[in-house]
Design a binder for this molecule. Structure first.
Ligand code: PLP
Length: 401
């Protein structure tokens, strides 16, 4: 018989009862070091006092009003995001990454239509991308596995190999409206785009009058050690999506845009009942309080570099398990050898008390809360070392002791 909770996920047989910082406890009192952060989402860790207090206070005053009225919390959050993000002039709030991307693509299409080019509606996307699960975003993602059985894909998305500039240029037609890319492909295997490639995309967009649309749902809000991952390349997009870490675990999505793009989303063109409500935007403001505090991102960068050095040493110690380390900041992928599957490795880490997340291309994704200390990074490395031993033929017994 089908379970009451629809069986659309592959769930591990673990359920957590409470959390504190980078740590989670299950009902049996077992403690886990959470280096998955709910898929790069619990950016401030669990039960962060400032976030908890802000949400509790706001919930006790007003949870939901409506976009029929002004929402001061949303006005404040938008103003702060615009202030902190050089290219951005205006922000639209939603409730998830997929919705933030939907708004991004609608904004792109509207911009061209309103500029007298309704024929420009296609977006160039990349193989290995992940942009979410709505009907349009599975088309943008382009992965056959996610499209299977859901009817004809939404038209207007073309796919080229990640990092291939010739393929991008060949794919551009009179109908091309935008190029959409994750600065680091998250679900696809924690694959970073070359910074040069991002710079070339920017130049190509300018050359053809195309918009550069960045999906920073996973890479943004400090995860890379800068507020936005594209800042490492010294480029600016025309429009960008954010979600995951932006609410610190509270559902919130944002689409940030230049004025020339945002100005066409006039009343009636797009919207969401929940989007940008008082509670979600209070959570967003509380997260920003922490992330934009002086020194916070510098600390993320320092701890990330410390963790990277440890990961590279881990790869050297376990060449039969790990072949390389890739990603950016606190979004780290351990590329595993063909002899080891990422889901088995994930299980071995759980057995040692460490939570991670599998990603595509047989990569184990490590995405801890941004608030971790160097000693928590060291603890994760120690647990990963033991997990690697479990995965090494002939060493399993030694690890089990
Ligand atoms: C997770 C993710 C999404 C989808 O976000 P949801 O909140 O699950 O809709 C989109 N793009 C990227 C890059 C993501 O990592």
């Amino acid at each position: 018989m089908i379970p009451a909770l629809m069986p659309n996920y592959n769930r591990a047989d673990l359920a957590f009862e409470r959390g504190e910082g980078a740590w989670l406890w299950d009902a049996q009192g077992r403690r886990f070091l959470d280096f998955g952060a709910g898929i790069a989402t619990s950016s401030l860790g669990h039960a962060h006092p400032h976030l908890v207090q802000a949400i509790a206070d706001q919930a006790g005053r007003l949870m939901h009003s409506s976009n029929l009225y002004r929402v001061p919390q949303a006005e404040r959050l938008a103003a702060r995001l615009v202030e902190a993000t050089p290219f951005a002039d205006s922000v639209y709030f939603s409730n998830s990454g997929a919705e933030a991307n939907e708004a991004m693509i609608k904004a792109v299409r509207k911009y061209h239509a309103a500029s007298g080019h309704p024929e420009r509606f296609r977006t160039i996307c990349f193989e290995g991308a992940f942009h979410g699960r709505t009907l349009a975003m599975i088309s943008a993602t382009g992965n056959a596995k996610y499209l299977e059985g859901f009817g004809p894909p939404v038209d207007g998305f073309d796919h080229v190999p990640f990092g291939n500039m010739n393929a991008v240029r060949q794919a551009i037609t009179k109908e091309t409206a935008a190029i959409m890319i994750e600065p680091v492909q998250g679900e696809g295997g924690v694959r970073p785009a070359d910074l040069r490639f991002l710079q070339e995309l920017r130049a190509t967009c300018d050359e053809f009058g195309i918009l550069l649309a960045l999906d920073e749902v996973q890479t943004g809000m400090g995860r890379s050690g800068k507020l936005w991952a594209h800042q490492w390349a010294g480029i600016e997009p025309d429009v960008m999506s954010s979600a995951k870490g932006i609410g610190g675990g509270f559902p919130l999505g944002a689409t940030l845009a230049r004025e020339k793009v945002a100005e066409h989303l006039k009343p009636g063109t797009h919207g969401s009942t929940y989007g940008g409500g008082p509670l979600a935007c209070t959570a967003g403001n509380a997260v920003l309080d922490v992330i934009l505090a002086p020194g916070f991102l510098e600390t993320v960068d320092r701890v990330a570099r410390h963790l990277w050095r440890g990961m590279e040493a881990l790869a050297q110690r376990h060449p039969k398990v790990v072949t390389g380390v890739q990603g950016a900041g606190l979004l780290i992928g351990l590329k595993l050898t063909d002899a080891v599957s990422n889901t088995e490795m994930q299980g071995a880490a759980v057995a040692e008390g460490l939570l991670t997340v599998a990603a595509g291309m047989n990569v184990l994704r490590v995405a801890p809360p941004l608030i971790i200390t160097e000693s928590e990074a060291d603890e994760a490395l120690r647990l990963l070392d033991r997990a690697c031993l479990r995965m090494t033929p002939g060493e399993a017994k030694a690890a089990a002791k």
